[in-house]
Design a protein around this ligand. Structure first.
Ligand code: ZN
Length: 264
């Protein structure tokens, strides 16, 4: 049984497919079929819509859809986006949650807490551009691909120490788990966040939204957080200061795109 499992895992990894991330050109590690992730995400998203309070405020809904559609239309064919009919933008009614998320296949959720903070359309476009970027960069796939690989290697590590004492086995597996968490998974998430910031800036600028609003928005987030951030190495997100700094450095690259596409 174990042998068959290992064979399957090896076969899967042998098929290692790399995906070229739009805009940045990075080769990402994608071993899972995107269609499978889209299906799983769609069902998880319907679950969320049942469990959480979905906004019925027509103004809020229209605002997110209008900005979302405008940014989607500006992405261009290189974005490799899921087809337009797959996309769904949902406002979750929760003023305490200053957050937004995107799932493979094009499911985007925005909380009213975030919408209240992103007061201008340019600021909200920065957030939505970032979320659309997670989808076009297939970050969900890369995270899952990595988790599957880490689990498979974990089985291998377990097998290698199977004749050792229980204590040794436990110690090795804990060390392996911690190594995987801090050595691989966390930095990956930070890479994904920075990468989505960069791609999102291109998308919003191309849609005619002012990319400087991304810096403004993260400065607001920083103020809101009251400087009580956990140390960067423990979190999945880049610290606000790092993020703001990186966004500022990217502005000269994306401002011409904005100037070309701005509407007023
Ligand atoms: Zn993100």
């Amino acid at each position: 049984m174990k042998k068959i499992y290992m064979l399957c895992v090896c076969a899967l990894l042998a098929l290692v497919a790399c995906y070229t991330v739009p805009e940045t050109g990075r080769s990402s590690f994608n071993v899972l079929p995107e269609s499978m992730l889209s299906e799983q995400a769609a069902s998880a998203f319907s679950g969320m819509k049942k469990e959480q309070k979905v906004s019925t405020n027509p103004k809020e809904i229209a605002r997110v859809k209008r900005i979302g559609t405008r940014v989607l239309n500006a992405v261009g064919p290189k974005g490799n986006l899921p087809p337009p009919e797959n996309w769904e933008f949902v406002v979750f009614d929760d003023d305490e949650t200053i957050n937004a998320f995107a799932m493979p296949g094009g499911k985007v959720g925005v909380y009213t807490g975030l919408m209240n903070l992103a007061t201008t359309d340019d600021e909200l476009a920065a957030v939505i551009g970032h979320e659309i970027a997670h989808v076009s960069a297939r970050h969900g796939n890369e995270r899952m691909s990595q988790a599957v690989t880490v689990a498979a290697l974990g089985v291998g590590v377990g097998y290698a120490v199977k004749d050792k004492s229980k204590e040794t086995q436990q110690a090795v597996m804990i060390a392996y788990g911690l190594g995987a968490q801090f050595g691989a998974l966390l930095p990956y998430s930070r890479l994904h966040e920075s990468e989505s910031d960069e791609i999102g800036l291109h998308y919003m600028a191309r849609a005619g939204y002012d990319p400087r609003a991304a810096v403004q928005f993260w400065e607001k987030m920083k103020k809101k957080g009251g400087g009580k951030e956990p140390p960067e190495f423990l979190t999945t997100h880049p610290a606000n200061d790092t993020r703001i700094q990186q966004l500022r450095e990217l502005l000269p690259k994306v401002m011409p795109e904005y100037e070309k596409n701005r509407v007023n």
